[in-house]
Design a protein around this ligand. Structure first.
Ligand SMILES: [Zn+2]
Length: 80
């Protein structure tokens, strides 16, 4: 089954995802460098649009939640 996968993130986000997958890849290669089996992470890149979109959504949501963690929600006026 062939599906068209589209990356909806930025180029920087793409680089970071590819690097994270490379660090955690468990694909198996033969002596001539031919891939014998494909790991789940690489399968996701080629076959799972929903997973990629979900990763991007959670990544951006986590950044937003992290930045809001110590926000006071506005300025406080002190009357004297
Ligand atoms: Zn892999």
């Amino acid at each position: 089954m062939s599906t068209e996968i589209t990356w909806h993130g930025t180029q920087q986000e793409s680089f970071e995802l590819v690097n994270a997958i490379a660090r955690n890849c468990s694909c198996e290669y033969g002596l001539m460098g031919v891939r014998l089996s494909t790991c789940g992470s690489h399968l996701m890149l080629s076959d799972d649009q929903r997973a990629l979109d979900g990763l991007l959504f959670v990544r951006r949501m986590a950044k937003r939640l992290w930045s809001e963690e110590f926000s006071t929600g506005g300025t406080v006026l002190i009357e004297q």
